[in-house]
Design a protein around this ligand. Structure first.
Ligand SMILES: [Zn+2]
Length: 205
């Protein structure tokens, strides 16, 4: 198992690059709401918990745009492989913990929670998210048919992570983060997700 990347700062720099590429692509287009304004940078501050010593200053910022047109000025926040909505934890942490906590002994699980600086209650609510919200999402309903034999809701995300194409955990994790991108923003149309998948499938990984 190649878990070493989890404690390698370069992995997190790589995720920042993906987010920057996605944001650059989004900014090439006009405002998705009025279709006229151009997109100006209007980033959100973030203070992610967990993994702090591995993250550089780019993790203090969620990339976001604001429409330049008077009368619109609406937000457009590109999808992210780093941040999951407004949650304080990084998407990668949410996936890892919920996937890994599954098969861990109570002792190892406690150690992981301490290492990542998590609230134990947060882990429980993420499991709930995987069990209740993700299985009924449009994103999963459109992808689940690709997995044979089917993956049951109770097996998420661990089984899904294991079944994604990739030579090692890092590659599979990157694919899973790509799959989750539609969840990471409410101000960016899900109909764009097909083109964004192209971003994730490039051989940069
Ligand atoms: Zn606009």
């Amino acid at each position: 198992m190649c878990h070493a990347f989890i404690s390698d700062a370069r992995f997190y720099q790589f995720l920042t690059q993906i987010d920057q590429d996605i944001a650059a692509q989004v900014q090439e287009n006009n405002c998705p709401h009025c279709l006229e304004g151009s997109l100006h940078i209007a980033n959100y501050p973030r203070k992610p918990r967990g993994l702090r010593e591995l993250l550089d200053e780019t993790y203090q910022t969620r990339l976001s745009f604001c429409c330049s047109r008077e009368g619109c000025r609406r937000r457009c926040t590109p999808p992210s492989v780093r941040f999951l909505g407004r949650k304080v934890y990084l998407g990668v942490v949410v996936i890892l913990v919920t996937a890994m906590a599954h098969g861990l002994s109570p002792h190892r699980r406690k150690a992981l929670i301490e290492q990542l600086d998590l609230w134990p209650q947060a882990v429980d609510s993420w499991r709930q998210w995987w069990r209740v919200i993700f299985p009924t999402s449009r994103c999963w309903l459109s992808e689940r048919g690709l997995f044979i034999p089917p993956i049951e809701g109770g097996e998420l995300p661990g089984t899904l992570l294991g079944r994604l194409a990739g030579e090692c955990l890092r590659q599979r994790l990157e694919r899973l983060l790509g799959l989750l991108m539609p969840f990471t923003t409410g101000s960016w149309s899900a109909s764009h997700s097909g083109s964004m998948r192209g971003v994730m499938d490039t051989q940069k990984m």
